[in-house]
Ligand binder design. Structure first.
Ligand SMILES: *Cc1c(COP(=O)(O)O)cnc(C)c1O
Length: 369
């Protein structure tokens, strides 16, 4: 029996009629780019996150990059981010023209270590870009307090955090702006590339609307940088269908995660942090093991799909080391990358499948003793 890390086909099968009808309606209308489904998705997603505005874009990466640009962050500026994240967090900073400044992560939560942010601030620092890694919000109140003291902008990387809660507020409403990705495997995923910015700042929303569409605030007046980061209407139509089910899917992910937690609690694995006043949405269910590589190959041999998110911290990626040896700069992130393993997690995974994965893991640990 094979249990994949993720399965996108069951969800489509369940929603086939609704999704096909939504796509057909776009085909019949012909408003393929920035059409009526884009406008409606923006309204519905802003309402879901509890923000005044949402702007649809073509990816999570461009959502983060345009957010920084809308705050006039670029060349000569520095932006602080965690060393342990997906490369796109740093790429957004690089493409804005600013310099990414990495900070180590907290050993328990794996999100940016708020105690290490202030020492990284320089006169060139303009923003903090925390990541709600794996679906667990970063410690946003602590981050906002530091930002306020140093007059910095906070842009959330919420690309893994759709629907996550932190102290009564949803991801997307916790900073000055937030970037979301609707890459197909995300908790809210399109059937192609798509993204969104949420914000309560009218000027930022308006600037991003212009930036995504050839720099036009007014038709045929190309005032700002003439990018193309538009969202297509077929993706928006699919996302509107799926948004209605997001909370149900999050509940399912949380139920499966708590079953994993229960079944693996006696082992010597480090399990994901569940914190009071945080709602982790388990985009990924990530455990830590000192014998990660052996565990991963054992599970592979027993038909269980796993992955490593991510095997290399961003500061050690060749694009950022520029040939220098940067090992040892962020020890917590570097150690985490050697120990983390993502187990099967998606809303349609069954409890029986979780039980099988857990028993394979505990069985392997018993036989290794
Ligand atoms: C997916 C992801 C991104 C980038 O999103 P794309 O839509 O693939 O551009 C950025 N940051 C994090 C943490 C992500 O998981």
């Amino acid at each position: 029996m094979n249990i994949p890390l993720i399965d996108l086909t069951t969800q489509y099968k369940n929603l086939r009629t609704e999704i096909n009808a939504a796509i057909q309606a776009v085909l019949d209308r012909g408003d393929f780019i920035l059409g009526q489904d884009v406008t409606k998705l923006e309204e519905e997603f802003a309402a879901y996150c509890g923000t005044k505005y949402a702007v649809g874009l073509d990816s999570g990466l461009s959502a983060l990059e345009l957010s920084l640009r809308a705050f006039d962050i670029g060349s000569g500026h520095e932006v602080i981010l965690p060393a342990h994240t997906f490369t796109a967090t740093a790429a957004a900073i690089t493409f804005s023209g600013a310099t990414p400044v990495f900070v180590d992560v907290d050993p328990e939560t794996m999100t940016i270590d708020v105690k290490k942010i202030e020492v990284a601030i320089t006169p060139r620092t303009k923003a903090i870009l925390p990541v709600h890694l794996y679906g667990l919000p970063a410690d946003m109140h602590a981050i906002s307090a530091i930002a306020k003291k140093h007059n910095l902008v906070v842009v959330e990387d919420a690309c893994q955090g759709h629907g996550a809660y932190y102290k009564g507020q949803r991801a997307g409403a916790l900073g000055d702006a937030a970037g979301f990705s609707f890459y197909p495997t995300k908790n809210l995923g399109a059937y192609g590339d798509a993204g969104m910015v949420t914000t309560n700042d009218a000027k930022v929303a308006e600037t991003i609307r212009a930036l995504r569409n050839c720099g036009q605030r007014v038709k045929n007046v190309h005032e700002l940088a003439p990018f193309n980061h538009r969202l297509d209407s077929i993706q928006a139509a699919i996302l509107r269908v799926k948004l209605k089910y997001l909370d149900e899917w999050i509940a399912s992910r949380r139920r499966l995660a708590s079953l994993y937690n229960k079944l693996l609690s006696g082992s010597d694995l480090v399990l994901p942090a569940e914190l009071p006043d945080y709602q982790h949405v388990y985009h990924l269910y990530v455990i830590r093991s000192k014998n990660r590589d052996a565990l991963q190959s054992y599970l592979k041999d027993h038909g269980v799909g796993t992955a490593i998110h991510y095997p290399t911290p961003v500061h050690l990626q060749p694009f950022y080391t520029k040939g220098e040896d940067k090992h040892g700069q962020f020890p917590v992130a570097e150690q985490a990358c050697n120990e983390i393993l993502s187990l099967p997690m998606y809303p349609e995974l069954t409890e029986e499948q979780v039980e099988i994965v857990a028993s394979e893991i505990t069985g392997m640990m018993v036989s290794a003793v």
